[in-house]
Design a protein around this ligand. Sequence first.
Ligand code: MRU
Length: 370
Amino acid sequence: MNVNGRHYRTIWIEPSTEVLTIVDQAVLPHRFQTRELFSVEDVARAIRDMHVRGAGLIGATAAYGMWVAARAAARADPGGFRAQMRAAADTLRATRPTASNLAWALERMERALNGQSGPGAVAAARREAEAIADEDAEFCRRIGRHGLGLIEALARDRGGRPVHILTHCNAGWLAFVDYGSALAPVYAAHDAGIAVHVWVDETRPRNQGAALTAWELGRHGVPHDLVADNAGGHLMQHGMVDMVITGADRVTRRGDAANKIGTYLKALAARDNQVPFYVALPSSTLDFSLRDGVAEIPIEERDPAEVRMVDGETGDGRLERVRICPDSTPARNWAFDVTPGRLITGLITERGLCPATEEGVLSLYPEARV
Ligand code: MRU
């Protein structure tokens, strides 16, 4: 995405310093800042505290984290090198449990290292992390192309009147290395001259919709309105939503999709109002080892402080955190829920569209048949 006239990915190795660098999402939309990550602990903290977030970007960050670990361990003997890399992978794996991209990226890094150590392993780690980042961006670009056809069809049905798309959380450029998943078709349609308008769910408790999706869409010039999380059902009942597109953090082989908490309620409202509900994801988000998403996908429970407090900018430009409930009120904070495949109209992947069923998923990914 272009910011202040420069094209940025969300993560990169800065050529002049060779330092791993990210767009710091913890201060958006109020500040556009980058942040340097020097150690595996820095990388783990960035993931855990959501300076980077979103399934694809979490995976790419973990991959680059293994390169950071390899550089730090380069002078160790082969046994020491491997022990340090195992410890780094364990630290990174423990940061966030729901997005399958994290474990997927770490496994890919392990395969690429293939027991090597020393400078050869550092070079291999860098090559593989860059390959994962490039693939993430390219797969999202393809998701945009495949989803564009759906929006074009709706635009034709509507005789050129704007297509109204509701999205929940942030599955845009900021959730990946570039382009995004749910927002990639929106950007592709907008760039193709199709009139689109996005209803942006604010996405409590971390407000990724208000802070990140609204910011991205604004920068790209896509018309949008921020709505309270609970507005979606009302909008659908009144014919104000033509389709829903969300991202996903983990999708099982039969198409059950974990996404930001509140997604399931949007899917129920969409089904009740015959609004098509699509989930966009790259294959790195598919977990072929699971079938029943509700029973099997691990759901992250985060610090209750995120529910009890809200971050924002004061009138005089200070970033502040304020409490919105009585001081003594306890809270619980589940970060994701699971939408069963039966409520999903279709999956949009880098290989095309498919029904959210085991047959549908395997028709696009036959290599996962066992
Ligand atoms: O907690 P986050 O911000 O890392 O949550 C991930 C998300 O942004 C959403 O669930 C998103 O729709 C899927 S990530 C591509």
